[in-house]
Write a protein that binds this ligand. Structure first.
Ligand code: GLU
Length: 303
């Protein structure tokens, strides 16, 4: 069976299986999205993009933005970042504050919220929130070749009204001296960064720079690609990362909007969206789809 036929078949299988999980409602605007939706797009090394289901439906990329904010910061300050944030899985929820006290304000990795706030703080160094956000959105537009990518202001506002945990994390980081900018600036920028809206086709195209595809614009060095992929594999699905590596075997990053960016290095960049989440905060049907795609293609990095 050809990959395009498989994707149509996968779309049917996912719609038939009936278990969609629960949408994230701690951000009220995301709580309004119907869970029973699914889309997938696969960008291949030769420049082709295959799609099925609601691959052109925009969604809130949320934590998937952390991958691209990290790419921007690594491009700017490189190795210096690692004195402020670690590279180990946390084994805790994405928004946990627990380890921050024990580890004196140095977050375990750049994909948990505390670590992402430090990355956004770096992004803000010498720049206004507007400029920092333009850098991330600009990176995504260049990586995908699509200037329509934008921030959904209603989602950013909705998170700002209820994002007390992230505010707590930012103030706590500041108390350890690991936040240079005022906490309000950092969380305001972070909420807007998370509220970037994209569809699966745009996200799969942007992910080409992480996958190092031949057709990708030259925005990331091979070393940075390798490192970002390593972090996605070990930390990309929070404390569900081990399970995801076991089932799918490819580096990936999830977002509470139900998006999933999965990387088959050198072969493909895959974007999947289904807004219902599992208990770890990762897309439930999206993970199942990634597992079936990995079985069909043999793209697991573990052979
Ligand atoms: N904006 C979300 C938060 O900070 C991102 C979390 C996620 O997508 O996992 O809670």
């Amino acid at each position: 069976m050809e990959l395009q036929d498989f994707l149509h078949d996968l779309n049917r299988q996912i719609r038939d299986q009936g278990d969609w999980g629960k949408v994230a409602d701690y951000i009220p605007e995301l709580g309004r999205v119907a869970p029973d939706q699914f889309g997938i797009a696969v960008a291949l090394a030769d420049g082709k993009v295959l799609e099925a289901g609601q691959a052109r439906q925009g969604f809130s990329i949320q934590s998937i933005s952390k991958v691209f904010a990290l790419a921007c910061v690594l491009g700017r300050i490189g190795e210096q970042l690692w004195s402020r944030v670690g590279r180990e899985p946390s084994g805790d929820r994405f928004d946990s504050i627990l380890l921050l006290e024990q580890e004196k304000g140095r977050p375990r990795n750049p994909f948990i919220n505390a670590g992402a706030l430090v990355v956004t703080d770096e992004l803000l160094t010498g720049r206004s929130p507007q400029q920092a956000l333009s850098e991330v959105v600009g990176f995504l537009r260049q990586a995908s070749g699509d200037d329509a990518i934008h921030i959904d202001k209603a989602v950013a506002r909705s998170e700002a009204q209820t994002g007390h945990r992230n505010a707590a994390l930012a103030h706590y980081l500041r108390s350890f001296g690991n936040l240079k900018n005022p906490p309000d600036h950092v969380i305001g920028t972070y909420f807007h960064q998370c509220a970037i809206e994209m569809d699966c086709v745009q996200l799969a195209l942007a992910g080409r720079v992480i996958a190092g595809l031949d057709c990708a614009p030259a925005l990331l060095s091979p070393v940075k690609q390798r490192r970002i992929n390593a972090l996605m594999m070990t930390c990309g699905q929070y404390d569900g990362s081990g399970n995801f590596a076991f089932r799918v075997g490819m580096p990936a990053k999830s977002g509470v909007g139900g998006g999933l960016l999965v990387i088959a290095p050198g072969r493909a960049s895959i974007a999947i969206w289904s807004p219902g989440l599992d208990g770890w905060g990762n897309s439930l049907a999206g993970t199942l789809a990634a597992e079936r795609l990995a079985e069909f293609t043999g793209w697991s990095v573990f052979g």
